[in-house]
Design a protein around this ligand. Structure first.
Ligand code: SF4
Length: 199
């Protein structure tokens, strides 16, 4: 099986989501925003990001595939800068984490964008490392968060992708969530064996 960027994001949020999607075969119901509003909103904000970075080229939702690793994904956008380096960009209908008064990317989004950096290095970027990712958080009022994509972060995303594959294939059981307050906002809770047996 191919592991996707969405899988890695889900696994970083909670490994039970992988169990529910792949082993129980239940998919999330798209929200109204995901169905209708998302794409229009994204186009509006990428123009603001392009004005800052002045890329040579902007690619919308490219399918990136690494057959050697059996990984694939479709970031919202890729910017190719003047020096021919690449930046993956995600636009999220979410709020950033606030640390000491400053906006920071959420961990699941960080893992997703580090995963896209690995895919880019295997495909378009070839020998040039992808060192930066961008996430634009639409809530509560729009914040662009930069992520330094270190080698450690990219390795962590790759390890998580392999763990995701093992859980999906039934070779490994999901870990319990580190923070059960996440369950309150989780779209999968009505199907989740962990939540249902602990509520
Ligand atoms: S309800 Fe809680 S344990 Fe279940 S998938 Fe969601 S976050 Fe994980």
């Amino acid at each position: 099986m191919y592991v996707t960027g969405t899988d890695v994001k889900h696994a970083a949020y909670c490994e039970y989501i992988i169990y529910i999607r792949y082993r129980l075969g239940i998919q999330e119901t798209p929200t109204e925003y995901m169905q209708y509003g998302g794409e229009i909103e994204k186009e509006k904000h990428i123009n603001h990001i392009k004005a800052i970075y002045k890329p040579l080229r902007t690619i919308r939702q490219p399918l990136l595939e690494s057959p050697k690793r059996k990984l694939m994904g479709r970031p919202d956008y890729i910017l190719e800068l003047q020096d021919h380096t690449y930046i993956p960009v995600e636009i999220k209908w979410a709020e950033p984490t606030i640390v000491k008064g400053k906006p920071r990317a959420k961990w699941d989004h960080t893992m997703q964008i580090a995963f896209y950096a690995v895919l880019l290095e295997d495909t378009l970027s070839k020998n040039k490392p992808v060192r930066q990712g961008l996430i634009y958080y639409l809530k509560p009022n729009g914040k662009l968060v930069k992520i330094q994509l270190t080698t450690t972060l990219k390795k962590t995303a790759l390890k998580l992708a392999e763990k995701t594959r093992e859980i999906a294939q039934g070779k490994r059981e999901p870990s319990k969530p580190t923070n059960t307050t996440k369950c309150r906002e989780c779209n999968y809770r009505k199907y989740c064996p962990y939540y249902l047996s602990n509520k």
